[in-house]
Design a protein around this ligand. Structure first.
Ligand SMILES: Cc1ncc(COP(=O)(O)O)c(C=O)c1O
Length: 351
């Protein structure tokens, strides 16, 4: 999707959002003097401390520049080349990372599982964790990767997650969470970050931030700290150890300070809920799936899609199935933005 127009009417992704002003200011402060390179600076130490407080235990943190790097590096640390990663068939690691998980793991296999709302079905997982285990001809089940919030905007409940965590751990596998929208999940459930991760068995978390306020920084949060040394070398080897790490750290530090990450996510979720409420009152629109976070899928009549595009709206459509559209809100989406979109959909539905 390319556009040279000003993106005033964009619902295509939360990564079209700007940067939170607090984060820009933190970067400017970090740029005002020298600091030690490669993460030996005070900003990086602060982020470790902040995330250890937030997760209620000592964690290690690796700051990276993309969610794909966070996912692929994490999976490489959890899976040998002859292993397999069990994940949902609609997961970002399967569809949208251009084979990075397979590349970084040196060839591990993704085993695709089903389940509604892009959540892994526990029955399918129970079968898959033991499938061909010990058979020297087969890739060995090694890790499970769950996405929280999911790629369709649903959120695993704590109970759902702990069932998947138990199946994973009972089989001796490791658990990775793709938390590109982790803040949205925490804000949606109102639980603690600890409950949603290591208390449910998560070993490594891809802690997304770029969709919810930062410019260019995401993180890997390491709960099983025996993995840190390996991850550190892997990150360097992957070009994910910036000399000027302090700018990643300044971004994430400001993102975490004063609960900015949760405030931003709660706002993005509220805007999706507002959109959902409005759409559910338009009989021509068939909404799909559960809206727990900041993303919504629906069936749009063709004239509505065409009308919205003609008005300059930017959103994904006909990418998954014919007639299916996706709308994503962000911390920067206003109530007026949502109401204008609803108004446009109403007008074009009556065409
Ligand atoms: C579920 C999920 N995981 C990971 C990512 C990270 O992607 P990127 O490498 O573009 O930062 C995204 C971005 O769209 C995502 O939606």
């Amino acid at each position: 999707m390319t556009s040279t127009r000003p993106l005033t009417r964009t619902f295509s992704s939360d990564n079209t959002a700007p940067t939170s002003p607090e984060i820009l200011e933190a970067v400017a402060r970090a740029a005002s003097g020298p600091a030690l390179p490669y993460g030996a600076d005070a900003y990086t130490a602060d982020v470790n401390r902040q995330l250890s407080e937030i997760f209620e235990r000592d964690v290690d943190v690796l700051l990276v520049s993309t969610g794909t790097a966070a996912n692929a590096l994490s999976l490489a640390a959890l899976t040998p080349p002859w292993g397999s990663v069990l994940c949902h068939r609609d997961s970002h690691i399967n569809h949208d990372e251009c084979g990075a998980p397979e590349f970084y793991t040196a060839g591990a296999k993704l085993v695709l599982l089903g389940g509604g709302d892009a959540k892994i079905d526990p029955g399918e997982l129970r079968t898959a964790v033991g499938h061909m285990a010990g058979d020297k001809h087969s890739a060995q089940p090694s890790a499970v990767s769950v996405t929280q919030a999911t790629e369709t905007g649903a959120v695993y409940t704590l109970d759902e997650l702990s069932v998947l965590g138990s199946i994973t751990k009972d089989a001796g596998l490791r658990l990775h969470m793709d938390g590109a929208r982790f803040a949205g999940a925490v804000a949606s459930l109102g639980c603690t970050p600890a409950e949603l991760t290591w208390r449910a068995g998560v070993d490594l978390l891809s802690f997304g931030a770029t969709k919810n306020g930062t410019m260019t920084a995401d993180a890997i949060v390491v709960f099983d700290r025996s993995l840190t040394t390996e991850l550190t070398f892997r990150a360097k080897r992957a070009g994910q150890l910036p000399a000027k790490m302090r700018f990643h750290s300044a971004q994430v530090g400001a993102y975490l300070a004063d609960d900015l990450w949760l405030r931003n996510a709660a706002h993005a979720n509220a805007m999706a809920a507002r959109l959902q409420e409005g759409l559910d009152k338009i009989p021509e629109i068939g909404r799909l799936g559960t809206v727990d976070a900041n993303m919504l899928f629906c069936h749009l009549p063709e004239q509505v899609t065409k009308g919205l595009l003609a008005e300059g709206y930017v959103f994904y459509h006909d990418r998954w199935d014919p007639g299916v559209a996706r709308f994503v809100t962000s911390f920067a989406t206003s109530e007026q933005d949502v109401d204008d979109l609803l108004d446009a959909i109403r007008r074009h539905s009556a065409d």
